[in-house]
Design a protein around this ligand. Structure first.
Ligand code: ADP
Ligand code: ZN
Ligand code: ZN
Length: 756
């Protein structure tokens, strides 16, 4: 789709033709059709508006998609719209076309596609009421105050006064200064030093500020002088007319963000809006604040799952109204209506979190490319380790490759990568002596180390030494992970949990042993070896509470931790300037996996985690413990040569007949009865073969995780070297699937699947 062919879409005219009183509405129901409703003459209705309609015995929200002259249904059976929701402007025709395209391409019901793209709050039958928020300023008395002279215990008040002396702020912004800001603010208002005034709900912009540029006429502040590579990238994008897709391949620390800032500035000057998509885990308050600080007088909103429903709807509306000029968002933000859209940026474009794994299984990156094409604007995909799909497109000339080969800050150099052969070295609790020594050296130098292991918990499995019993999950085809902190066995697939048994459930022997390493066990081993060290464990368990990860990041940044032990969560995010050593434990599972993308992901992960080492003025070191030190992946990692590695992978993919040389669709089915899932898939397979299209149909096989939460899972892969042929095939196959009896099974189609 987006990474290639463009499709035509139907023009929809928003006007309400006077003699029409039948409308087609998209509803959140699993049928591939729109639903006809009558419109009352008195109703003012435009295409793209939300409407409340009767459906079955309920009233539900739908989106008015098109006017119709005639319905296939008898007029008498057609119901009338209950209400038109005019609380927010109608969705523009362009957004409706985008939704239709996604529904077609992903073969997902139009109504479910359309409703899934709306913020949750707008799927409610109650109209939304925009909150009028307040904006705070210093009063005259407040301005006259000597803030430094306030007593020390009033430090939060002091901070607020200082912040307000520079700019007006909203309550949300003030809360970012301190958790106790609301209380302090109340006191400041009572003292008459701070004043509150109402702010328009659709605008962030502070009354007296407005949009301002600095002396150089730029919107941004603190501009670096761009390196010549950065300047070239900025020029290439700003000089394009219409649609073009750029792949910005920049090593970690090469200043991709700076390129984004300059591109945003250029587009703001032209009066445009910019959409920056980032992976879910990267969109933190820090990132948002960073862009706010670079564009202090520009309206910026973020859109991500961490926002409350009301706030998300409000931000979305600011984007739709054109008031928000910069929109930072995760996956779902790609559907936000943006009237002045002039550039899309996709950071870490290779990140798997851009792909939705249930419901509408879209790739936000691919939809973004389609959207840029639809709007005739440029799009930039940024990464240190691009996806092979994008890299291949850059090699073939479909995308323009822009390279940043140097770290932006001198003399920061790339870290030294060293592989330790665990076949030759004894390990103690998963750690080799040279790695421990390297950590010890960092402790002496008061520098930080990061130990990366992609397994949370204490140990991946508990074993009985007498009979060989393993802690298996009763509901899944997986092992229960040992969590010693709360003495439980937990299944990471279905969430099942039980107390650690005192004796073997099979033979009664009491000698149960943890096998393998998880973050908790490494933390314990390191603490035993370095009793003085402050160790911080960062994984999904330790960061479950809201705000925990932000607090930890701050502790790391402030130097309150010596050793970090963590999963891939730690690989992303911001630089920790004092971090000089990264140790990687047990990466070998990614080298010879059944998942053909595993080694691509491993390289990306190790490059990213290695990029944490030595970002400032300190040289970094990466130590990898592996049984395969001569594997080409590690050779490329040592040489910091993504291109060499991508070349090897692409050659492999081409000879094996895998993406990006092939386009795939995965049909998955699951059922409590294994036979039911298999029977459905076999039938689906026969139907596929019978269509005799230009496609390859694989056999029906169990999924990589063949049983999860008491459901047996199996799948069928179909592929083609032509996206068009695959789509033609799907157009005939999908209705056949829809018509098959599906008692006791659940099935789904995944177009361009990333996970199997
Ligand atoms: P990336 O996103 O490519 O990993 P960043 O954008 O985070 O890299 O940049 C790394 C560091 O380099 C940041 O501290 C940034 O402020 C700095 N930087 C970026 N561009 C320049 C430049 N042209 N001159 C000086 N410093 C720069
Ligand atoms: Zn036993
Ligand atoms: Zn389970």
């Amino acid at each position: 789709m987006a990474q290639g062919d463009s499709l035509n879409f139907v023009e929809i005219t928003p006007e309400n033709p006077p003699n029409m009183n039948l409308i087609r509405v998209a509803l959140d129901v699993p049928l591939s059709t729109l639903f006809d409703y009558k419109v009352n003459d008195a109703m003012q209705l435009a295409i793209g508006q939300r409407v409340v309609v009767p459906f079955g015995r309920k009233e539900v929200v739908g989106i008015a998609m098109e006017w119709v002259e005639q319905s296939d249904l008898e007029m008498a059976r057609i119901k009338t719209i209950v209400r038109v929701l005019d609380d927010v402007p109608p969705l523009p025709a362009e957004t409706l076309a985008l939704l239709r395209f996604c529904s077609d391409y992903y073969h997902y019901p139009i109504g479910m596609t359309a409703l899934a793209a709306l913020p949750t709050r707008l799927r409610d039958i109650e109209p939304i009421v925009l909150k009028q928020s307040l904006v705070y300023n210093l009063s005259e008395a407040g301005r006259a105050l000597d803030v430094e002279a306030l007593p020390k215990r009033r430090v939060v008040q002091q901070r607020i006064l200082l912040a307000l002396s520079k700019a007006s702020m909203t309550g949300t912004q003030l809360r970012e200064l301190s958790a106790s800001a609301p209380a302090a603010l109340k006191l400041l208002i009572e003292a008459g030093w701070v004043e509150a005034s109402p702010q328009s709900p659709l605008s962030n912009s502070l009354p007296q500020a407005g949009e301002r540029t600095n002396e150089k006429g730029n919107f941004y502040s603190l501009a670096h002088t761009l390196t010549s590579e950065q300047q070239h990238a900025v020029d290439a994008v700003t000089q394009t007319k219409g649609f073009a897709c750029f792949l910005l391949h920049g090593i970690t620390g090469s200043g991709k963000t700076e390129v984004y800032v300059h591109l945003m500035d250029a587009m703001l000057r032209r009066g445009g809006q910019v959409l920056l998509l980032v992976p879910e885990i990267n969109l933190t308050p820090q990132l948002e604040n960073y862009f706010r600080s670079r564009f202090p007088d520009v309206e910026l909103v973020s859109l991500h799952s961490g926002l409350a429903d009301g706030e998300r709807a409000q931000n979305w509306l600011k984007a739709q109204s054109g008031a928000a000029r910069i929109v930072l968002g995760t996956r779902l933000a790609v559907f936000t209506p943006l009237p002045k859209l002039s550039l899309i940026l996709v950071d870490e474009e290779h990140d798997a979190s851009f792909k939705q794994q249930d419901g509408l299984r879209y790739s936000a990156r691919d939809v973004a490319i389609f959207r840029a094409n639809q709007r005739s604007v440029p799009i930039v995909l940024g990464s240190a380790t691009p996806s092979l799909e994008s890299w291949h497109n850059a090699q073939s000339g479909r995308y323009t490759l822009l390279k940043l080969t140097q770290r932006a800050v001198q003399p920061a150099t790339l870290p030294m990568v060293r592989c330790l052969d665990v076949g030759q070295l004894p390990l103690q609790d998963g750690l080799s002596e040279p790695l421990l020594t390297a950590i010890g050296t960092r402790l002496q130098r008061k520098e930080q180390s990061l130990i990366f292991i992609n397994r949370r918990g204490y140990a991946p499995v508990l074993m009985c030494t007498a009979c060989g019993w393993l802690s298996e999950c009763k509901h899944c085809a997986g092992k229960m992970v040992l969590h010693l902190k709360d003495r439980t066995l937990r299944c990471h697939h279905c969430g099942a949990q039980q107390r650690v048994p005192h004796a073997c459930p099979t033979c009664g022997d009491a000698d149960l042993k943890p096998v393998g390493m998880g973050t908790q066990r490494i933390e314990e081993a390191l603490q035993a070896r370095f009793p003085q060290a402050r160790i911080l464990r960062v994984d999904r368990d330790s960061t479950r509470n809201k705000g925990a990860w932000d607090a930890m990041r701050k502790r790391i940044h402030d130097g309150e931790a010596d050793i970090l032990v963590g999963t891939q969560m730690l690989a992303k995010g911001h630089d920790f300037p004092n971090l000089t050593l990264v140790g990687v434990l047990n990466p070998d599972g990614g080298l010879y996996s059944a998942d053909f993308r595993a080694s691509e992901k491993l390289f990306a992960q190790l490059t990213q985690v290695g990029g944490r080492a030595g970002r400032a003025d300190k040289v970094g070191e990466v130590i990898v413990q592996t049984a395969f030190p001569t594997h080409p992946l590690f050779q490329a990692l040592r040489a910091h040569d993504y291109a060499a590695w991508a070349k090897i992978l692409l050659a492999e993919r081409q000879s094996a007949g895998f993406p990006p040389f092939m386009f795939q669709v995965l049909l998955s089915a699951e059922s409590q009865q294994e036979s039911a899932a298999m029977a459905f898939l076999r039938k689906a397979r026969n139907a596929a073969v019978e269509l005799k299209k230009q496609i390859e149909v694989y056999g029906v096989i169990p999924a990589a995780m063949p049983k999860r939460a008491n459901h047996y899972r199996a799948q069928l892969l179909v592929q083609s070297d032509s996206r068009k042929s695959l789509q033609n095939f799907l157009r005939e196959w999908k209705p056949q699937l829809d018509a098959m009896p599906t008692q006791r099974i659940r099935w789904s189609l995944d177009i361009d699947p990333l996970e199997f």
